[in-house]
Design a protein around this ligand. Structure first.
Ligand code: SAH
Ligand code: SF4
Ligand code: F3S
Length: 473
């Protein structure tokens, strides 16, 4: 029998990292690793990192500083700790991480997670002679693995057991596409995740069925460029995202589908029609535009104009009038003038966002935009970010307020912070708080919205929901 060990995984960055951390955890389970929520208890600490902005990457080094102290304390009580850095910082910086932070034993990139058991053996110092034999004991060594292997990692990662899936809740992520070929001039993703690869449709359907069997009600399909999905179908012909969604929607139990993140250039007619025709597809779309200025959009290599984007939003809203739109914005991209920034405020006014994420431009090593001389001063970025966020927050508050008095179907996920409170999500992805029993978890029930909070809604269960045999609305 394998001795029990504990693993602590800290996840930074996007939802794909959340998904990847779960897969790493599942892949470690057969080796005897159980997850712990206390880093100081962990025999193996993995930081699953994000390189998108400088601040995200720097957080990793400050965490490694704390881990160095913890590892030394554990060593004093005779306990060893293996420290690993995974994710996009690992891919971007590789060896450099070990030079800067000698506490680190392993560095491995996002395409190598299926090799985790073998990498651990290498750190322990013994190559595993075969799958069944134990590794030969030898000297501990450091490991750096940042290649893009030829084999498909998804084929070699261990699927979650039903019990593990259940413990993660009723809403799950499912990565269908990875990497990006768009090369926006500010972005590290094409370098850290590699070129765009779509998983075969059957593999995705198999995983979606397993999720449904374990009680999952909502699946969010993930990809850095998810709407560019073009996986192989069973007949060898490519399947696009609209058709993949339709096949997943046929799986009993999966009542809610979402996908993120989309690029405006890849929103095809079939996908737009799916928002009209597929009741399982939730009326929420994350469609980043980044800027409202055509000059900046061109410099970003986004390959569309502001009016292309607004026309697209009109077409999607024609298919699904109640669609809640969310976006990403960058302020202070090199060369951004006051007029360019005003154009971003204008596109926000015209598109109307239910939610949005906005960032100050952060120059990333190796990306073309970082080389542009006309960098915008930090103080100007700060001021622009504040103005942009004030506008977006006002739009978000107005959208939430417009829902008061309406009845929304809520998928309940977990207990809230207050006694007797349960929390779920509206179709528009807002958290909704009600008074109710834990039996609600995993059910979709109608809620009369009575008030709004900070990024959330409050309401009352409609009487129909109190019938315990009612499973979904
Ligand atoms: N694939 C997605 C986004 C991935 S990164 C897309 O195409 O939209 C998430 C967001 O981080 C981006 O949408 C962008 O707004 C922001 N971002 C990426 N690189 C950045 C940088 N160098 N500085 C500031 N924000 C950045
Ligand atoms: Fe980055 Fe652009 Fe690709 Fe999105 S589309 S991941 S912003 S390069
Ligand atoms: Fe960050 Fe990598 Fe995701 S850079 S946003 S973790 S793809």
């Amino acid at each position: 029998m394998t001795a029990q060990k504990t693993v602590f995984i800290k996840t930074y960055g996007c939802q794909m990292n959340v998904y990847d951390s779960e897969r790493m955890s599942d892949t470690l389970a057969p080796l005897g690793y159980v997850p712990t929520t206390e880093m100081a208890d962990a025999d193996l600490v993995i930081l699953n990192t994000c390189h998108i902005r400088e601040k995200a990457a720097e957080k990793v080094y400050s965490e490694l500083g704390r881990i160095r102290v913890m590892k030394a304390e554990r060593a004093q009580t005779g306990r060893e700790t293996v420290v690993a850095v995974a994710g996009c910082v690992a891919q971007a910086e590789g060896e450099e991480i070990i030079r800067r932070a000698p506490v680190v034993d392993m560095v491995f990139g996002p395409q190598t997670y299926h090799r985790l058991p073998a990498l651990l053996d290498r750190v322990a110092g013994g190559e595993r002679p075969s799958e069944t034999e134990a590794p030969k004991p030898a000297r501990r060594s450091r490991v750096v693995e940042t290649e893009f292997p030829a084999e498909d990692k998804f084929d070699h990662l261990t699927p979650a057991t039903a019990a593990r899936t259940r413990s993660r809740g009723v809403s799950a992520f499912l990565t269908v596409q990875e990497g990006c070929d768009k090369f926006c001039t500010f972005c590290v993703v094409p370098y850290t995740r590699g070129s765009e690869v779509s998983r075969p449709a059957d593999k995705i359907l198999e995983e979606a069925r397993r999720l449904a069997d374990a009680g999952v009600r909502e699946v969010t399909l993930l990809g850095q460029n998810v709407n560019a999905y073009h996986g192989e179908g069973a007949d060898g012909r490519p399947v696009n995202l609209a058709r993949l969604l339709a096949r997943i929607a046929d799986i009993p139990g999966l009542d809610r589908l979402r996908y993120t993140t989309s690029h405006p250039r890849d929103m095809d007619d079939e996908l737009i029609a799916a928002h009209r025709d597929m009741p399982q597809l939730m009326p929420y779309l994350h469609l980043p535009v980044q800027s409202g200025s055509d000059t900046i959009l061109a410099a970003m290599n986004r390959r569309h104009t502001a009016s292309d984007y607004l026309r697209l939003v009109d077409r999607i809203r024609a298919a699904r009038p109640d669609l809640a739109l969310s976006g990403d914005f960058i302020v202070g991209f090199p060369g951004e003038t006051d007029a360019d920034f005003e154009a971003s405020l204008e596109i926000i006014r015209q598109a109307g966002y239910a939610a949005s994420f906005s960032f100050k431009y952060s120059p990333r090593p190796g990306t073309p935009a970082a080389e542009i001389e006309a960098q915008v001063p930090e103080a100007v970025k700060d001021e622009r970010l504040q103005r942009l966020q004030a506008l977006i927050n006002a739009q978000e508050a107005a959208f939430s307020a417009s829902l008061v008095g309406r009845t929304l179907d809520v998928l309940f996920e977990k207990p809230g912070r207050m006694p007797g409170q349960m929390v779920g999500r509206s179709p528009y992805l807002q958290p909704v708080h009600v008074q109710g029993s834990p039996d609600l978890i995993g059910t979709i029930a109608p809620v009369l919205i009575e008030g709004t909070g900070h990024h959330s809604l409050f309401g009352r269960l409609e009487p129909a929901a109190q019938d315990p045999v009612r499973k979904s609305a």
